[in-house]
Design a protein around this ligand. Sequence first.
Ligand code: NAI
Ligand code: 15L
Length: 270
Amino acid sequence: SAPRTVLLTGAAGGLGTLMRGLLPSCGYTLRLLDMRPVEGEPEALTLDLGTADSDTLRAAVRGVDAIIHLAGISLESTFEKILDANIRGTHALYEAARAEGVRRIVFASSNHAVGFTPVPEAGAAPIPVHTPRRPDTFYGLSKSFGEDLAQLYWDLYGIETVSVRIGSCFPEPTSVRMLSIWLSPADGARLLHAALTAENVGHTVVYGSSANTRLWWDLGSARALGYEPRDDSEPYAAELVAEHGELDPADPDQAHLGGHFCTRPPIWPH
Ligand code: NAI
Ligand code: 15L
């Protein structure tokens, strides 16, 4: 039966805030979790996935039908911080899910798991989900780990995961690169809904973006879940290109999917 009660980790973050606004209208009851307080949500669980003890984590996941796992360091950081939050944290959450019998997880992977993949040339085939992983940062490496962890928990324990390699999910695209990888918040909610409800996903990897005219990758595996994107970044293109120019494949900042993460990654501020 379709999941109804869903644990949303990372609920205080940018994407968590957008999704906790949109997902209830799809019929979900959300349980919220973050290491920071979630504004306006006094019942949200405040705990650090990297250091919480296993009893606390089991109680946090107990009784939910599925988990949307957004919590983690969302930009580059030191290896030690990434290790605690993203690698230990994701492992601890999967262990709690296994112990409590939670059958479905949607994992927020990232385009930075394949960030060193060259931007496809005009007219070339879109990048498939099975392209070799080429993380561009320790951050991207932790997302590559999360995808492998998801595969392991499917193969060993039959816990299903959809790993969503999110492009850039913000209210509007703000750079020329984002025209290719933008995921509108409304399409983001549609994609999470599809990832929660599609049957027999095993471990499925999908790219997470809208139906952008300038799309770089293949949305086939996302559409196979029942995802039908409705948005396209192209209406934002003229203004962004007029201001910044078209992407230059000879510029190392712009030659790869991960953009400037490959050259001068933004550092997580917390
Ligand atoms: P964000 O940085 O705004 O939110 C992440 C949240 O996770 C924060 O509220 C933070 O307090 C929480 N968190 C961090 N470490 C934690 C821990 N150890 N235990 C519990 N909570 C912890 O990031 P954003 O943009 O909301 O992204 C959400 C997820 O989606 C992240 O995993 C990110 O890597 C992934 N993602 C987001 C993209 C986007 O366009 N927003 C693109 C690709 C991936
Ligand atoms: C990500 O993985 C980050 O979490 C998000 O903040 C954006 O920087 C996005 O990638 C991107 O590549 O634009």
